[in-house]
Design a protein around this ligand. Structure first.
Ligand SMILES: NC(=O)c1ccc[n+]([C@@H]2O[C@H](COP(=O)([O-])OP(=O)(O)OC[C@H]3O[C@@H](n4cnc5c(N)ncnc54)[C@H](OP(=O)(O)O)[C@@H]3O)[C@@H](O)[C@H]2O)c1
Length: 290
């Protein structure tokens, strides 16, 4: 496969910011999409576009070979992503890589998983070469707990359920592999860490990496929800649904896709805790704590 020109949506976001350099390392030409005209991406073209502005998206899509579609959680995320995929097909894009989520299902009790499944179903009938990535809980989502981790604890309604949480660097490197090599058409890759870990085990790893005692406290869902008071209701309730899904032990499977795609083992919680030790004990990010 010749090195493609790839449009990266959400290029300033959690996955996109790691994907841009991962694609460049593979020799791809990158067009990085942001709504902010003041942002520059070293070695990449910047395109200013908004998913809610179809004309700007069409301009962003013009002349690219492949696209990586990712958007933040939003009440209208599924509709915006579906609109984007139609525009990508109309623009003659050769390949679409869609960021979905572990266990996406149209009948899921978790709204985020239903929204992702809706987009997946639309993409499957578009006639566009596509690949779906379904990552599990991001280890970097733990940074949302940094404020209380700095005080020696963090809490979530998950009990002793284990989750095969994944480092976003592995998601980005897996996406870069799919966007620059062949053999992925029509495939769905479930992306996980190398093992399932409980939040108590995560606390042990953070304690070892930071040199501070950090404990995990199980929290009732209503207290967790109250702690998310600053979030809009759809997001707060969606996060509670997400955690109920984790607590039921539904997100513990381990898949080999990261190693298969990247050629290296997926990063473990101990790798994440070591590399993010300083950030974990600084003030919180206020981001989605999934
Ligand atoms: N957190 C988890 O554990 C987890 C696990 C599995 C799947 N997911 C999925 O990951 C996805 C991303 O979530 P995230 O929290 O990591 O978000 P994110 O990618 O960090 O989202 C923020 C990005 O979205 C861009 N953006 C926001 N509104 C936009 C718009 N209207 N048009 C174009 N770009 C826009 C922002 O770019 P600019 O501000 O530069 O424009 C920014 O780069 C979600 O679909 C979520 O369901 C998350």
């Amino acid at each position: 496969m010749n090195t493609p020109t790839v449009l990266v949506t959400g290029a300033t976001g959690t996955i996109g910011s790691a994907l841009v350099p991962a694609l460049q390392a593979r020799g791809a030409t990158v067009r990085a999409m942001t709504r902010n005209p003041g942002i520059a991406f070293p070695g990449a073209e910047t395109v200013v576009a908004d998913l809610s502005d179809p004309a700007s998206v069409t301009t962003a899509l013009t002349g690219v070979d492949a696209v990586f579609l990712n958007s933040p959680s939003a009440a209208d995320a599924a509709a915006l992503q579906i609109q984007f995929t139609d525009l990508a097909r109309d623009a003659g894009v050769n390949r679409l890589v869609l960021l979905s989520q572990y266990a996406a299902r149209t009948d899921s009790p978790v709204r985020f998983l239903r929204w992702h499944a809706e987009v997946e179903a639309h993409v499957q009938q578009l006639g566009l070469d596509h690949t779906v990535l379904r990552p599990n809980l991001y280890l970097q989502a733990l940074l949302a707990f940094a404020t209380t981790i700095a005080q020696g604890w963090f809490a979530a309604p998950i009990g002793d359920a284990a989750v095969s949480a994944i480092d976003i660097r592995d998601i980005a490197e897996s996406a870069a592999a799919v966007l620059t090599t062949t053999g992925h058409t029509g495939r769905t890759y479930t992306l996980t860490g190398p093992r399932a870990v409980t939040h108590a085990e995560i606390a042990v790893a953070i304690s070892a990496a930071t040199g501070r005692s950090v404990v995990f406290r199980d929290a009732p869902a209503d207290r967790f929800s109250a702690a998310l008071a600053g979030f809009p209701p759809w997001q707060r309730d969606g996060l509670v649904e997400d955690y109920a899904h984790y607590a039921r032990g539904e997100a513990a499977e381990v898949h080999t896709a990261v190693a298969d795609l990247t050629g290296h083992p997926a990063r473990d919680i101990t790798d994440f805790a070591r590399d993010y030790a300083a950030a974990l004990i600084l003030a919180g990010t206020g981001k989605d704590p999934r």
